[in-house]
Write a protein that binds this ligand. Structure first.
Ligand SMILES: Cc1ncc(COP(=O)(O)O)c(C=O)c1O
Length: 486
């Protein structure tokens, strides 16, 4: 419903009230990391909210059941609403603001690029694009030296799979049950014009398998070694029964993110690499969430010393200041498209604003030691604090993670490991997690909550003081979750 006295329809048509605009802007300016309270402006917030409710169709949501917070501004690890509340963002947005909000150097680089060359078609060589590709290729493992830019993570995965299919001449893709790779649907198979022909391999052909996850082992394993060996055996059996000559790619998140931050046991990814080599399958690592510092390395693959044939990235590449994703391509696969055209592309592939943001972000990360910060504070602050929380709280079943990439698996019962809420629970069945999240927010931390887990994924340049503040609020919220244990 439009709120009283505010021209909501005008808002939606960009005919805005200048006084209100000035107030909204000043609300953003008043916040500093020194802890000053943002200027509240509930009327402006109500207008933003009303226009949202009237016209914005949100991702993954039952539109009438959601209640999005109206956000007035953000800086560093914090954001704030129009009511004067500020929150420490333990989600990094959707795990992408690896350098926090409004980093002045990245904002300036975007402004400068906008003033110089705000857009240009993908077929030309553009300084920001060339430099972004060079900086990324310098950091990717092995010979992943060619960069195809996309608008985000899902299309990066689609293109990686398309490259693998065309390179191998095989149709199928194997991926893990516990994974998230994006929201699009191999859109080119729906396309009608001849650009579809070379890609018309059909949308079917994805086969799922179980990747290792000792805490909830599908293999009755009791040690990481058993889990690793049995998961590899299961994968090889899946390959054999599907027919190795039908499989183009195995796609895995290096460390599955949204599905629960399950760090693979030592040897697993190397074992998958071996299976791929043995059967001529392309190995695709999806680093959309785990890449660009999140794990305390530039790429999570570096933790395991493994080199895929294709690697997808997005999110942290420019902290999401402008949408950008891409595929890093091995020499061998790139050479498949040396004389033969690659049948795929995007109007905004390597958009100058997004690439300028990537150049500035990567330089900031290098200059400010952001990757090292994630590794150090992850090991020295987050890990011990979470382990200590697990000892004190009945609801914490397992702590897992690395760098600034951690999960608490919340359970009803530590012995049985029964999840605090059922798989994919909604409504009343999800009440314990909802109560946990509400308590965290009341304590000033915005938590990442997925099913029976909370993920601790703040910006990679978070400070020790901010971490301690957030962990204290989580401690209190876990006490609320404890009330739902047996
Ligand atoms: C591992 C992984 N791959 C792909 C995606 C999809 O990225 P996007 O939402 O930018 O399309 C995500 C998003 O969370 C992701 O975590």
């Amino acid at each position: 419903m439009p709120c009283e006295g505010v021209p909501v329809d005008n808002l939606s048509r960009n005919v805005r009230d200048p006084i209100q605009d000035a107030d909204v802007a000043s609300a953003s300016r008043t916040f500093t990391l020194g802890g000053m309270t943002p200027q509240p402006h509930p009327a402006a917030g109500a207008a933003v909210k009303a226009a949202d409710r009237a016209h914005v169709f949100h991702s993954w949501s039952a539109q009438e059941l959601i209640d999005p917070l109206a956000v007035a501004g953000a800086e560093g690890s914090y954001f704030w609403d129009y009511e004067g509340n500020h929150y420490l963002d333990f989600t990094s947005g959707l795990v992408y603001t690896n350098i926090g909000y409004q980093h002045p150097k990245v904002v300036a680089a975007i402004q400068e690029q906008a003033a110089t060359l705000s857009t240009f078609a993908p077929a030309f060589a553009i300084e920001a694009r060339s430099e972004a590709a060079r900086l990324i290729a310098e950091r990717t493992p092995g010979d992943l030296d060619k960069i195809f830019f996309t608008n985000g993570g899902a299309d990066a995965v689609e293109h990686a799979v398309r490259m693998a299919r065309l390179h191998t001449g095989r149709p199928k893709v194997l991926s893990a049950y516990r994974s998230y790779h994006g929201g699009t649907q191999q859109a080119v198979n729906i396309t009608g014009d001849p650009r579809r022909w070379a890609n018309d391999s059909g949308t079917a052909g994805v086969v799922h398998f179980w990747a290792p996850f000792l805490y909830r082992s599908r293999f009755y394993a009791e040690t990481e070694e058993q889990e690793c060996a049995r998961a590899l055996e299961h994968l090889e059996t899946t390959i054999a029964f599907e027919g190795p000559a039908t499989i183009a790619a195995i796609v895995l998140e290096t460390i599955p993110g949204t599905a629960g931050i399950m760090v693979p046991p030592p040897g697993y990814l190397a074992g998958v690499r071996e299976l791929c080599d043995k059967y001529g399958i392309a190995f695709v690592l999806d680093e959309v969430m785990a890449g660009f510092g999140r794990t305390g390395e530039w790429f999570a693959a570096d933790l395991f010393d493994v080199v895929p044939d294709l690697m997808t990235f997005a999110k942290g590449v420019n902290s999401g200041y402008v949408p950008l994703g891409g595929v890093a391509i091995s020499g061998e696969i790139a050479s498949t498209f040396g004389k033969r055209p690659y049948p795929g592309g995007l109007t905004y592939s390597g958009h100058p604003l997004a690439c300028a943001a990537a150049v500035a972000t990567i330089n900031v990360m290098a200059e400010e030691g952001v990757v090292e910060n994630a590794a150090r504070l992850g090991a020295e602050v987050v890990q011990p604090a979470l382990r200590e929380l697990a000892e004190r709280h009945a609801c914490v079943g397992e702590v897992r993670g690395v760098g600034m990439f951690w999960a608490l698996d919340l359970v009803k019962n530590k012995e049985t490991r029964e999840p605090l809420v059922p798989y994919n629970a909604t409504g009343a069945a999800n009440a314990p997690m909802a109560a946990f999240a509400a308590a965290a927010k009341a304590g000033g931390v915005w938590p990442f909550v997925n099913m029976n887990r909370t993920h601790i994924v703040p910006p990679c340049n978070v400070t020790e003081a901010e971490l301690k503040e957030g962990l204290a609020a989580l401690d209190a919220a876990l006490s609320v979750a404890d009330e739902h244990t047996e």
